[in-house]
Design a protein around this ligand. Structure first.
Ligand code: GLN
Length: 186
């Protein structure tokens, strides 16, 4: 198994460490030649979604990665990664891959309250520590989207077919369970 991690901006190194801990081989995606051979899963890290979206186009990664997601290569987006996947952004006119049929609000907790930690139930896993940093949350999901976790009635983790997305950063804790769940989807 080989996982590609988008590494143009943001918290990609933390995902690399997580996969190393789990003994799963991985590589960084920075340019089209990095994805010229096949891979079994894709991680879109946290960071700044506007910057990442711009870089994806500038580096000619947008179309090949969108095609991979549409071809059901399993993808895991965390925080800004969730924003990149969302079909609709309720407080922004820009969308990115738009392959995940949910409406997501960027910086949903406000700038001051945007960063916090909590431990909550995650469907199919159990209790999971969750780190939120200027996080979005999901306001609406379409039919077929499974809601996997909520915090204060806000949706913070979903799965739709082979797309998994969290508003929080599991890679910033030592708990590997969400990554293991993603790997089980492959
Ligand atoms: N607020 C960021 C954005 O809108 C996401 C924050 C994060 O990934 N930690 O892209």
């Amino acid at each position: 198994m080989k996982i590609g991690i988008l590494a143009v901006q943001g918290a990609f190194i933390e995902h690399e460490k997580m996969l190393s801990t789990l003994g799963v081989s991985h590589f960084e995606i920075r340019q089209p030649k990095d994805i010229s051979t096949s891979f079994d899963g894709l991680i879109l890290p946290g960071g700044e979604s506007t910057v990442m979206g711009k870089l994806l186009h500038e580096l000619n990664l947008f179309l090949p990665l969108k095609e991979a997601i549409l071809n059901d290569v399993p993808v895991f987006g965390t925080c800004a990664g969730l924003i990149l996947l969302s079909q609709t952004l309720t407080n922004s006119t820009t969308t990115h891959f738009g392959t995940l049929p949910v409406s997501t609000k960027r910086n949903a907790y406000g700038r001051q309250l945007g960063s916090f930690q909590t431990t909550q139930h995650f469907e199919r896993i159990g209790q999971v520590p969750m780190t939120f940093i200027r996080a979005p949350y999901i306001e609406e999901v379409s039919d077929g989207v499974d809601i996997l976790a909520t915090v204060d009635h806000h949706i913070v983790a979903v799965q739709y077919k082979k797309q998994l997305a969290t508003a929080f950063h599991p890679e910033l804790t030592s708990n590997t369970s969400v990554h293991e769940y993603f790997l089980s989807m492959i």
